[in-house]
Ligand binder design. Structure first.
Ligand code: NAG
Ligand code: NAG
Ligand code: NAG
Ligand code: NAG
Ligand code: NAG
Ligand code: NAG
Ligand code: NAG
Ligand code: NAG
Ligand code: NAG
Ligand code: NAG
Length: 755
């Protein structure tokens, strides 16, 4: 009888509860994975998921390259560099501006007209969801296109009296719609009149033909017929898009797929050519971006029909009846209580039952007490395990032996969870190969950056402890301050002061979201600060530190544009009695010291080399490795040194700096960089020397450049200065590569037409 039920209940409870608890503690780190790391995820309110991307390196290929013009409010997204605005991107389609063909008449015949055409150059195709639509009272229109073969179709819009025209219905009276086939990638639309509009001119001057998404076009009746071209076109353009289908490589198939589909997703061929990737069942996310799709927590997202106990599993979920009942928990009332004993019980039986039940209740509360005790202990043990696994013991020992721990706090799991709103997506401020950085607010209102590593293996735990140890040693205003860490989670977590103004790299190369131009003065100051911080690390602390990964993305800027060196994951402490350390080569391509690369002998001078590359970036505005540059210019370090040698520094300096800096400053800076980039490390200055020289440069502000241009050798420079402000050129300057939409632009239309 009931007892058995209870027991079952209980056993299940014992089993399931810890499971659920464990899941709550470590929710699957579901990331949106919308765009490539470092790339914008939206433009205005349009989300831009990879393979699409705004900017050169952000899209899968040129086909998915979009531009975001932020001079509009809200910003507008365009296909390629063209003028076709994109309104929405879904995982198979995109919705873009509708282009309209028109022909308008006056008493003497055709007043003006435009034959519209669109060529998607095989990159996209017009979806069969579009309808070819003709609006007019005396008009026929033909659409002709190619989808492998030739296609043509047409439609008539006719009426004789304004009051005959129905509103909202495209029935052939004043408006006509017809289907188009799949796979169209080129079409043109021509228009003609049966009687040159002479009979209907009083209420309808123009005929129109266009493709528009089925269901989105609502015919405005006489209003649409009698309004002028501009009014009508504006109504269509602003609210009624045309739908395009997109695929990865229109002529590709899954069989020759180039590893586009990432984890837990699969490839499928699209009818009519090309393929796409799709998350496997039970997963969602972006199948084109590493690490691919993530398990969906079906029990959490509320749209699964489970009326019992729901347990999420990888790729699926398990829905069972509550303990004590049986049946199908996936349908409402599908679970039935397990049959009870017959109820011909007399009062004595009832009393016996009551006694038994109260006895059981006592037992249950006893067991429950034990159970909760066990659970708590389990949790504590788990935390202890992680603490150990994360090197907590090691760290504690180190802290003890070195005695530099005043500023170190060991945070608890709960504190950090609260600070980040349970690691909410919107608190993510950075992502990388190493893990995710969240912005958090501690209970004492301090804003902090919380770095959560992605994976844990032995080497990473070591790196982690390494970073902690190094940073606790360092107190410098230009080094990111480590406030503490948390070792109780499965992955180690570091807590830093929050640096609000992005990385130097972003300021030099991206300037997203209306970032200000980093002026010469600020560049010089940031460089000086970073150099002095590195100098301090190299020579002013008991155990010198080699950063090993100096690059512009590891120099953060705070709200006052003060530089802060960060990311000490790869750094090495140098034992005092050694001046060289042999290590596994580590660093970032483009910044890596070639001598270190060849010899594996790590010295402080490797940081000097990397810093030289950062300086070169600062004054040229070029990336350390430029995929868009020719071969000998590809590596910025080499390109820079060669330019200085050939006395052509001023050709590669960011044009705007030519106006902000003095001639001497630039030349001196070029020299510093050249020395930092010496191939032989002993020819390089020390970081301290670099800092001193940069500081001297800052004070050296004699004549502005404009008064200096007397020397003949600066002719090339003068030419550049005379150009308009180059700062406003878009990020992408390979605009002449290929222009599918260069045919008829909206601007051209305006010029051709009266009004
Ligand atoms: C992640 O996705 C959720 C919902 O899908 C959305 O609310 C959130 O803004 C997204 N976050 C980012 C960084 O795109
Ligand atoms: C996007 O912004 C435009 C203009 O502000 C607005 O009309 C449109 O409704 C917005 N779309 C969404 C989905 O918010
Ligand atoms: C884009 O379209 C999708 C699906 O059609 C829709 O869910 C989403 O809200 C749209 N987004 C915008 C910004 O219009
Ligand atoms: C953005 O749009 C404005 C106004 O149409 C135009 O002048 C400007 O050139 C555009 N910018 C880019 C980067 O396309
Ligand atoms: C318009 O058509 C009518 C009837 O077909 C014809 O009489 C008239 O001459 C035409 N007008 C012009 C300007 O072509
Ligand atoms: C009709 O339009 C044409 C071409 O724009 C123009 O030359 C002509 O003067 C217009 N006729 C009338 C009556 O407006
Ligand atoms: C319209 O497209 C058809 C089919 O591709 C082509 O034969 C015709 O020349 C095009 N007409 C114009 C005016 O471009
Ligand atoms: C697909 O088309 C592109 C461009 O038209 C071409 O370069 C490539 O060779 C084609 N690939 C195949 C497999 O046909
Ligand atoms: C698929 O997803 C599961 C759970 O999210 C994950 O453990 C697994 O590594 C993924 N597989 C691949 C190939 O990424
Ligand atoms: C669901 O749970 C039941 C009982 O707990 C188990 O027998 C079954 O294998 C589970 N199914 C899946 C798909 O995990």
């Amino acid at each position: 009888m009931g007892e058995k039920n209870m027991l079952l209940h209980f056993i299940l409870f014992l089993f399931i509860f810890p499971l659920i608890m464990a899941m709550e503690i470590f929710p699957g780190a579901t990331t949106n994975n919308t765009a490539k790391p470092g790339c914008p995820t939206e433009c205005g309110n349009v989300t831009v998921p990879f393979p699409f991307g705004i900017g050169t390196d952000c899209s899968l290929s040129h086909s998915f390259y979009l531009t975001c013009n932020t001079s509009y409010e809200p910003p507008k997204l365009f296909l390629q560099d063209g003028n076709l605005q994109v309104y929405n991107i879904s995982d198979t389609e995109l919705r873009i501006l509708t282009r309209i063909s028109y022909r308008c008449y006056n008493q003497s015949g055709v007043a003006f007209e435009h034959i519209g055409w669109s060529n998607l150059a095989g990159l996209y195709t017009f979806s069969a969801k579009n309808k070819f639509t003709v609006v007019g009272c005396d008009d026929y229109s033909l659409i002709r296109g190619t989808n492998g073969g030739d296609f043509s179709s047409g439609c008539f819009g006719l009426c004789s009296k304004a009051r005959d025209v129905p509103h909202g219905e495209c029935s052939g009276i004043g408006c006509c719609q017809t289907s188009i086939p799949k796979g169209l990638s080129y079409y043109n639309i021509t228009l003609g009149a049966l009687q040159n509009h002479s009979n209907v001119l009083s209420f309808n001057e123009c005929g129109y033909g266009f493709l528009v998404e089925e269901g989105s076009f609502e015919f405005g009746g006489v209003n649409d017929l009698s309004t002028d071209y501009w009014g009508f076109a504006e109504r269509i353009r602003s609210t009624m898009p045309v739908v395009l289908d997109w695929v990865i490589r229109p002529n590709g198939t899954c069989a020759n797929e180039v590893d586009e589909c990432k984890g837990n997703s699969s490839c499928y061929d699209v009818e009519g050519g090309g393929y796409r990737c799709k998350c496997n069942e039970g997963y969602d996310g972006n199948p084109y971006l590493h690490p691919g799709c993530q398990d969906i927590d079906e029990c959490d997202n509320g749209d699964n029909p489970c009326y019992g106990v729901c347990i999420n599993t990888v790729g699926s979920y398990n829905c069972t009846c509550h303990p004590g009942s049986d049946g199908d928990a996936n349908v409402l009332n599908g679970c039935k209580e397990v049959a009870k004993d017959s109820k011909n019980a007399s009062t004595t039986v009832v009393i016996v039952i009551i006694v038994i039940i109260s006895g059981m209740l006592a037992i249950i509360s006893g067991i429950a007490g034990i159970f909760f005790g066990i659970r708590r202990r389990k949790l504590i043990r788990l935390k202890e395990k992680f603490f150990e696994q994360n090197g907590g013991v090691l760290l504690k020992q180190k802290i003890k032996s070195q005695g530099t721990h005043e500023a170190m706090t060991l945070f608890s799991t709960e504190q950090l969870r609260k600070a980040t709103d349970n690691y909410a997506q919107e608190n993510i401020v950075g992502k990388g190969a190493y893990g995710v950085v969240y912005k958090g607010v501690l209970s004492d209102k301090r804003v902090v950056a919380i770095k959560k590593s992605k994976l844990v293996d032995a080497t990473q735990a070591e790196q982690f402890i390494n970073e902690v140890m190094i940073l606790t040693q360092v107190i410098h205003r230009n080094v990111v301050k480590l406030l503490g860490c948390c070792l109780e989670e499965e992955v180690p977590i570091l807590v830093y002061e929050f640096i609000s103004n992005n990385t130097l790299f972003h300021h030099i190369h991206h300037r997203l979201g209306g970032m200000n131009w980093l002026s010469w003065e600020n560049r010089l100051r940031v460089a000086t600060e970073a150099a002095s911080a590195l100098g301090y690390l190299h020579s002013e602390i008991t155990m010198p530190i080699i950063h090993r990964d100096v690059k512009s993305t590891n120099i953060l800027l705070d709200e006052n544009y003060t530089a802060k060196i960060s990311d000490f994951g790869a750094s090495r402490l140098v034992p005092v009695d050694h001046d060289q350390v042999t290590t596994l080569i580590q660093g970032t391509l483009g910044y890596l010291d070639p001598e270190y690369f060849n010899s594996s002998q790590l010295t402080e001078k490797s940081d000097v080399y990397s810093f030289g590359v950062v300086l070169a970036e600062l004054i040229t505005g070029k990336k350390p490795i430029g995929s868009d540059r020719t071969n000998e210019e590809k590596i910025l370090a080499t390109y820079f040194v060669n330019s200085v040698r050939a006395n052509r520094l001023f050709e590669i300096v960011e044009p705007r700096l030519l106006r902000e800096a003095t001639f001497e400053q630039l030349q001196a800076m070029g020299n510093i960089v050249k020395r930092c980039l010496s191939l032989v490390s002993c020819d390089r200055p020390t970081m301290k020397e670099v800092a001193v020289e940069l500081d001297a440069l800052r004070k050296f502000t004699t004549h502005p450049w404009a008064q200096q241009q007397t020397c003949s050798e600066t002719r090339s420079l003068v030419l550049e200065v005379e150009q308009p402000d180059l700062y406003d050129v878009p990020l992408i300057n390979d605009t002449n590569e290929w222009e599918p939409y260069s045919g008829i632009t909206e601007m051209a239309l305006k010029e051709n037409n009266p009004r």
